[in-house]
Design a binder for this molecule. Structure first.
Ligand SMILES: CCCCCCCC/C=C\C/C=C/C(=O)SCCNC(=O)CCNC(=O)[C@H](O)C(C)(C)COP(=O)(O)OP(=O)(O)OC[C@H]1O[C@@H](n2cnc3c(N)ncnc32)[C@H](O)[C@@H]1OP(=O)(O)O
Ligand SMILES: Cc1cc2nc3c(=O)[nH]c(=O)nc-3n(C[C@H](O)[C@H](O)[C@H](O)COP(=O)(O)OP(=O)(O)OC[C@H]3O[C@@H](n4cnc5c(N)ncnc54)[C@H](O)[C@@H]3O)c2cc1C
Length: 664
């Protein structure tokens, strides 16, 4: 029935103020207002329709993306949207496009690595989209190992130019989004050579295509790298290949905040650390963490609404069957993901704060917190994207057979999201960067000391061990500090074990390589500790709205106890909990799931997603799933004719046993 809210009875059960929770989720009343307005604007404009993506050919799909990007820009300009509103609009248009790289990497790279003069020249052009940029770092032969890039930038003092060149096949740039068909400019990373000496990898602004007719400039070979995973999905993006054949650019197109080359051919390193060349990656990793909560919450919203609509078994005396959300197994798979979505929201908020802080310090030439920012963004990017990609797939399974339909929205969401585990740093490679994070993660101090500090860490571990023996059923239920200490003790113990094992090797590099799998596990434990500690910190703030804080308390406990249950081997082997505690944690989890159950629909309503953004029949707000699925099936292009194309050629001869003589 049109207009009936099939989930109304679920909404009536909720025990908290959903509108207040919407503000907590958005971050502030202002952020809620912007997000709410812009999401509705996009949803109501047919120009941003996206329900036909999976049936388009690659060429049609890409052209459609170009149209949408142009239309989005026109909307932004016509409505004079602020930078914040424009970013939200691109977010709700919900289609990977060259603009992501232009705004998300090209502009930040110029801002972070360009001199004042370079920023003044290039940023106004980029802000008006009079040039379109991409971020060309990865090559066919090297992605993770940035120092291994082969493209060269050789200074020619005679002409005051750099010569950008791809000396080998493997030095071809490969993967940059927006490069394949759209970008007019790139930040290209290349090994700098001045006077025959190499100075490592630096960024250069290189024009790729004519601003008149879009043809590649002299010495540039450029194209798309081909279809990627999934129908529609990330294929709206023109990930590209690029070769340079002795392309000349003016000297002032090397990004010179970190180091400079003078017209006489002198290489000068400023006080700025070399790692700032990697600064754009730190920025984007931080945005990817914030984005993880969006993708996971979207999948969870679909799976939760559908689980309340779907009924299987359990009919009594001809009454309705059981809603699948009432099965304890469904709850134990779904509610930890709901809790994770909230946890990632708050860690994203915290990381944004951390990044803003480091940026402010960098502007004042204070580089002291850069290593911590790098370790935290790398580790948390890895933790949240892995959990989100796995979580989306779990949500698909939670929706049974219908989850496999494109109209559930989940296959495309998974296909679009899963490369987040690889881009901006492969998740394993990034976890190995967390090695510098210490065991000292607490409320005030989240990082840094180094695994070498074995003695210090051991004594810390011992004190945590003592306090965690006081851990009991009561503290599990009531005390966040007991939970936090259990996570601290586990992370500390795992680091100490790595450090002790490392000290058995004469060559630290050899030890590091040999123990890398253990180091990765220790890094995950640290990152989970940070997420738990920041969730708890969030709860220490004033949170207005009836019942809102209580709901968040429940979700925080679920997030922590679920991890404790899942990794109980780690926790038990640290001695910080006993098998009895582990069993109690499990009992407590079941009780927490029962507390979430009546609030589940309201907790996903708090994400405030429009049906347009969700892009899912199973997740639609009114829960009217079956008529919509039925209707959508008939709209499939295969159903345009009753008898399919190919009947006379392939089906009829088969039925008539003429197949052996038919020409296939
Ligand atoms: C709202 C906008 C949203 C926009 C979103 C757009 C998303 C669009 C989707 C996709 C776009 C995708 C883009 C890309 O993928 S771009 C390419 C990304 N590539 C990578 O991430 C490569 C991964 N590799 C690396 O980051 C590094 O090379 C490395 C860290 C793995 C290498 O380590 P190492 O060999 O140790 O390197 P170095 O010797 O070069 O480093 C020495 C030293 O520096 C420290 N360090 C490394 N990286 C950083 C950093 N980023 N910041 C600060 N410090 C860093 C490193 O830890 C060493 O420290 P030390 O031990 O103390 O010496
Ligand atoms: C959709 C998408 C968009 C992208 N967009 C861009 C872009 O806009 N610009 C750009 O420059 N790049 C882009 N990239 C490239 C991306 O950044 C790299 O693919 C990524 O950094 C991983 O590097 P790689 O491909 O070299 O993986 P590899 O390093 O070859 O990884 C292969 C395997 O080796 C393992 N491995 C590698 N090194 C180590 C190690 N030291 N220790 C242990 N294990 C290791 C990895 O864990 C992985 O399992 C994009 C990639 C994708 C998929």
């Amino acid at each position: 029935m049109e207009g009936v809210d099939h989930l109304a009875h679920e909404r009536n059960k909720s025990e908290f103020d959903v509108d207040a929770m919407k503000i907590v989720w958005a971050g502030s009343p202002h952020a809620f207002d912007v997000s709410d307005r812009i999401s509705k604007l996009v949803a109501s404009d047919p120009g941003f329709r996206k329900d036909n993506r999976s049936t388009l050919s690659r060429k049609e799909l890409f052209k459609n993306t170009l149209r949408k990007a142009a239309y989005a820009w026109k909307t932004i300009v016509d409505l004079r949207l602020s930078e914040e509103e424009a970013a939200k609009l691109r977010f709700y248009v919900d289609e990977p496009a060259f603009t992501d790289l232009h705004w998300g990497m090209f502009i930040p790279a110029i801002k972070g690595q360009g001199t004042e003069e370079q920023q003044q020249k290039w940023l106004p052009l980029a802000y008006k989209m009079q040039i379109i940029g991409c971020y060309a770092q990865t090559e066919l032969g090297h992605g993770s190992n940035v120092q291994g890039l082969e493209t060269t930038a050789t200074f020619d003092s005679q002409t005051d130019e750099f010569i950008i060149h791809s000396p080998t096949l493997t030095s071809s740039k490969w993967w940059p989004g927006g490069l394949g068909k759209v970008a007019t400019h790139a930040i290209a990373y290349a090994r700098l050579i001045v006077g025959g000496r190499e100075h490592g990898v630096h960024g250069f602004i290189v024009q790729l295509r004519s601003l008149e007719d879009h043809s590649p400039l002299l010495g540039i070979t450029v194209g798309d790298i081909g279809m990627k995973f999934g129908n529609g999905a990330y294929n709206t993006m023109d990930n590209g290949v690029l070769q340079f054949d002795h392309v000349r650019i003016p000297r002032n197109q090397m990004l010179m905040r970190v180091s400079q080359v003078t017209c006489e051919g002198k290489y000068k390193q400023s006080d700025v650390p070399r790692q700032l060349v990697y600064g754009t990656m730190v920025y984007v990793r931080q945005t990817i963490v914030a984005d993880a909560s969006c993708a996971l919450s979207r999948a969870v919203c679909i799976a939760t609404r559908y689980s309340a609509v779907r009924r299987q078994f359990g009919s009594q005396n001809g009454g309705p069957e059981t809603q699948v959300i009432d099965y304890k197994t469904q709850q134990s798979r779904l509610f930890p993901l709901l809790a994770s979505a909230y946890a990632f929201r708050f860690i994203g908020e915290w990381l944004k704060w951390l990044y803003a802080d480091v940026t402010q310090r960098l502007q004042a030439n204070d580089f002291s917190t850069l290593p911590e920012a790098h370790a935290c963004t790398a580790g948390l990017k890895s933790l949240t994207t892995t959990a989100t990609a796995d979580g989306i797939e779990e949500c698909r399974k939670l929706c049974g057979g219908h989850g496999y339909l494109c109209s559930s929205g989940l296959p495309e969401l998974f296909a679009v999201y899963v490369p987040a585990c690889t881009y901006e740093g492969d998740n394993t490679v990034l976890l190995l960067q967390v090695r510098d994070m210490s065991c000292k993660v607490s409320h005030e101090d989240c990082f840094s000391a180094g695994v070498q500090a074995v003695q210090q860490e051991t004594s810390r571990y011992n004190s945590l061990y003592d306090s965690s023996r006081a851990f009991n059923a009561m503290s599990l239920r009531c005390s966040k500090s007991a939970l936090l200490e259990a996570f601290e003790a586990r992370a500390a113990r795992m680091s100490v074990a790595c450090a002790q094992n490392l000290s058995n090797f004469d060559n630290p590099e050899e030890g590091f390589a040999e123990l890398s799998a253990d180091l990765v596990e220790a890094a995950v434990a640290h990152c989970q500790l940070i997420v738990v500690s920041k969730f708890i910190e969030k709860l220490q703030q004033e949170i207005p709205g009836k019942g809102v804080k209580q709901q968040l308390e429940v979700l925080c406990n679920i997030y922590a106890l679920f991890l404790l249950h899942k990794h109980q081997g780690d926790f038990l082997s640290t001695g910080c909990i006993t098998p009895k505690h582990a069993a109690l944690a499990n009992d407590e989890l079941r009780s927490l799931y029962s507390q979430v159950r009546p609030n589940a629909i309201a907790l996903v309503d708090a994400f405030n997603y429009t049906d347009h953004y969700l892009g899912s029949i199973l997740g639609c707000y009114d829960g009217n799933v079956y008529p919509k699925l039925y209707e959508a099936a008939w709209k499939d292009p295969l159903n345009e004719s009753v008898v399919p194309d190919g009947y006379h050629l392939y089906i009829r001869p088969l039925l008539k046993q003429e197949i052996r003589t038919a020409r296939l």
